[in-house]
Design a protein around this ligand. Structure first.
Ligand code: DGY
Length: 319
């Protein structure tokens, strides 16, 4: 039997690429550049399946130009805001993602960003690294302690819950907003807020874990930021679309928001150059899921979905 023809748009983990080469007639973008609209359109005529990352954009306009060969887009990501799902489904193309497997890695990075933002990681590293550290004082680089503080979590899905588990280990009081209240075994004592505004009012620290949708775009805008307690710290490992970046800069400038830890930006790659002026904004380049273990697990999960699809079964992560 001929193997399905698969295009892998980016340099996935070695173990993933080996398994893909064993089971599929695979073409890999070894130059690791994001697939362009033109390449996606051409790919829809040449391949039965694509494993893309969040760097490939399946807009309605692109999907409308697809040929009829492509049957499945098996994303190597949990987020699917780069895919116009109605357009893909309308063309009869199955779409899957990779939930679960990246929750711990992303939650770990959220902890890093929260702690780093709260404890002057950028300024502290800089002063030591540049040789400018020439004195010490009890008033020097005094930060905000997480132990005993209230953490507000927006989006208590898998990543939000993994983050809550880690925050609990730091002795934080967990509050959350979610579309629906979690059962007690999942909430583990976390306090439910049935609206974002109520959560923001108690969030000494705030961590975003909801998907980017038209409803959540600029969720953290001027009005919402103003609801946070004075000196709050914001962490975003979800998507840049959730934060109005101009409003965040104003909140940082006034001190209403003491610090931010950001792994996601409106413009990626690149980020927001205006943030660079503020050492209390601790930034990383969208690497929440970037551990060896998680990259293998994401690749394998995408391949599991493809295997099921081509075996005539419903893929576990069919959207
Ligand atoms: C995801 O899986 O959505 C991460 O942001 C990496 O793409």
């Amino acid at each position: 039997m001929t193997k399905p023809r698969l295009w892998i748009t980016r340099r996935l983990s070695d173990a993933t690429l080996e398994r893909a080469a064993r089971d599929y007639d695979v073409v890999i973008n070894h130059d690791d550049q994001p697939g362009t609209a033109e390449q996606l359109i051409a790919g829809s005529a040449d391949f039965d399946a694509i494993i893309p990352c969040h760097s490939e954009h399946f807009s309605a306009d692109v999907v409308a130009q697809f040929a009829n060969r492509l049957k499945i887009v098996a994303n190597h990501s949990v987020g699917v805001d780069h895919c116009n799902l109605p357009a893909l489904k309308g063309r009869g193309i199955a779409v899957t993602n990779t939930p679960d497997v990246l929750s711990d890695a992303t939650a770990e990075l959220a902890m890093l960003l929260m702690l780093g933002a709260a404890r002057h990681a950028v300024a502290g590293d800089k002063i030591v690294r540049t040789g400018a550290w020439d004195s010490w004082s009890p008033a020097f680089m005094v930060g905000k302690q997480v132990t005993g503080a209230r953490i507000g979590i927006i989006g208590m899905g898998r990543v939000g819950r993994a983050f809550a588990t880690k925050a609990r280990g730091f002795g934080m009081e967990i509050h959350y907003y979610n579309r629906s209240e979690l059962p007690a075994d999942q909430a583990q004592g976390a306090v439910y807020h049935d609206n974002v505004e109520s959560l923001l009012g108690v969030a000494d620290f705030l961590s975003l874990h909801c998907p980017a949708t038209p409803e959540t775009t600029d969720l953290m805008n001027t009005e919402q930021l103003a609801l946070l307690p004075l000196g709050a710290v914001i962490v975003n490992t979800a998507r840049g679309a959730l934060v109005d970046e101009d409003a965040l800069i104003i909140a940082i400038k006034t001190g209403h928001v003491a610090a931010a830890g950001l792994d996601c930006f409106k413009t990626e790659p690149g980020g927001n150059p205006a943030f660079a002026a503020y050492e209390n904004i601790f930034m990383l380049p969208h690497i929440g899921s970037a551990t060896r273990q998680t990259r293998d697990a994401m690749g394998f999960r995408a391949l599991d979905n493809l295997d099921a699809f081509f075996a005539g079964k419903t893929p576990r992560d069919l959207l």
